[in-house]
Design a protein. Structure first.
Length: 484
């Protein structure tokens, strides 16, 4: 009997005879249906088989796949956020994973279909406006209304939107093959570079050449150039530098000449956890930059107030990078460069105290003597032992003067000069010699524990600004004892 007219005869539980038409083509099953009348079953089979041969009938497997895809496309963003967090527990830190869950809560009434193609792009653009006034916290704790709602910072908004985009791309990879879904292309939405997923730790650092090009673009001076110098010389976070005031800066002098200093951070990222201020030693170069800022700043205003908030600083940095064709560089990479430049030059415990918590500092970097101390006091973490360590700020200021790259970078940033390899080598040698001399003077007790205010110093490099000093108030012409 021809395949096109063959139908299977089956009997029901009650003994009734029926006819089942099964549609197969080239070994692929398409569909089946049972009839009471044989001729109806044969007619159905002929019609459906013709469709299968022409390619207008989907196989049973394809239809099942489509039903699964439809079910996934109809899942809420909250479902995809929860699934992403469960399947990628090590891809981010706990705080960042909470960003994904927050996006899921905000979009619990939206499905993947809402974010398909151009329609999805329009919705995301609208969310970029609506979310500015939605300060729902990552935590599930109840929110107590206090201050009037302030718009989200652009960086916070960027992190939230980038979490949404990463969720959509994750969902795309989890859909069955052939599912009709395309995440919207939203590259133009982000004025900053998309934050990386930290499954692979970031290793980017600004090279001497790149740092020099940035300073050259900024003419080596001015507010933003000073800001970059402080970031590179101290390893501080962006917000820590922006909040620095005159009262946070101590300058160390020898015979009226600045040789280093200390930045006392009273409000830093981990202050709520540590309950302690951080003391950041300042190299000779960083201290000189701060001294200039103090003289140029009126009253007790932030020394870098003119740069605006963190968003404005990031935009200026990105614009400067684009101007000199530097790609994939963020301000935090300067902190990484500082840590890697100094981690073998001083104790890991001292570096913990100076830069605060950082993923770059682990007990693996501890010296044998530090590990011995760790074992002796019964600690399991180097960070715990570091809490007991007392930092020699003046000594470390000289170490940072020695490890600083400011002299060779400044030489490279001078576009009017021809840079010779011998000059760079000589500068590095002189810098190392200077650091040794200053350290020796410290050990001999030549440098006292003094805090010098804006008008209380003279320096050959700064004599050009000395004529501004009489305009300052008499109180600023004093030296104060450093706190014990």
């Amino acid at each position: 009997m021809a395949q096109a007219t063959y139908v299977k005869e089956v009997a029901t539980a009650g003994g009734k005879r029926k006819y089942r038409a099964e549609i197969w083509h080239k070994g692929i099953f398409y569909t089946s249906k049972t009839f009471d009348v044989k001729s109806h079953a044969v007619g159905f089979k002929k019609a459906e088989l013709a469709k299968a041969i022409k390619g207008t009938l989907q196989s049973a497997a394809v239809r099942k796949q489509q039903r699964t895809a439809d079910a996934d496309l109809n899942q809420s963003i909250a479902y995809w956020a929860q699934r992403y967090v469960v399947e990628n527990p090590g891809a981010h830190g706990k705080t960042r994973l909470n960003d994904y869950l927050l996006v899921g809560r905000l979009l619990a009434d939206k499905t993947l279909r809402h974010f398909d193609g151009k329609t999805g792009a329009q919705l995301i653009k609208q969310l970029s406006k609506d979310w500015k006034l939605d300060r729902l916290p990552r935590s599930l704790s109840p929110v107590t209304p206090a201050k009037p709602i302030e718009p989200l910072k652009e960086n916070t908004l960027r992190l939230r939107l980038s979490a949404l985009m990463r969720l959509l791309h994750f969902a795309k990879t989890e859909l069955p093959p052939g599912a009709k879904y395309q995440p919207p292309a939203m590259d133009e939405l982000f004025e900053f570079t998309m934050p990386p997923a930290h499954a692979i730790p970031r290793t980017r650092e600004p090279s001497d050449s790149e740092y020099g090009r940035l300073l050259a673009q900024l003419d080596g001076e001015g507010d933003f150039a000073d800001f970059l110098k402080i970031i590179d010389e101290t390893g501080c976070r962006l917000g820590e530098v922006l909040s620095a005031k005159e009262g946070n800066v101590d300058l160390f002098l020898v015979g009226g000449t600045i040789i280093g200093g200390c930045l006392r951070l009273e409000n830093h990222k981990t202050i709520k956890k540590t309950k302690e201020k951080r003391h950041v030693p300042l190299s000779l170069w960083a201290a000189q930059v701060f001294a200039n800022r103090i003289v140029d700043t009126v009253g007790d205003a932030a020394l870098f107030k003119s740069l605006g908030n963190a968003d404005a600083v990031c935009k200026t940095f990105d614009e400067t990078c684009r101007a000199v064709e530097i790609e994939n560089l963020v301000i935090k990479d300067f902190r990484r460069a500082f840590i890697n430049r100094n981690k073998y030059c001083l104790s890991s415990m001292d570096l913990f105290q100076v830069v605060g918590k950082s993923s770059l500092l682990t007990s693996k970097e501890a010296t044998d003597s530090e590990k011995a101390v760790l074992a002796a006091v019964g600690h399991t973490s180097l960070k715990t032992t570091a809490g007991y360590s007392v930092v020699d700020v003046q000594g470390l200021a000289q170490v940072f003067t020695r490890t600083s790259r400011m002299s060779r970078v400044a030489l490279g940033a001078d576009t009017s000069a021809t840079v010779d390899a011998k000059d760079v080598e000589e500068m590095a040698s002189l810098q190392a010699e200077l650091a040794k001399t200053l350290q020796k003077m410290c050990s001999l007790g030549v440098t006292g524990g003094t805090r010098v205010t804006s008008a209380g110093y003279t320096n050959q490099r700064h004599r050009a600004i000395d004529n501004r000093l009489p305009a300052l108030t008499p109180q600023k012409l004093t030296f104060e004892a450093l706190p014990a």
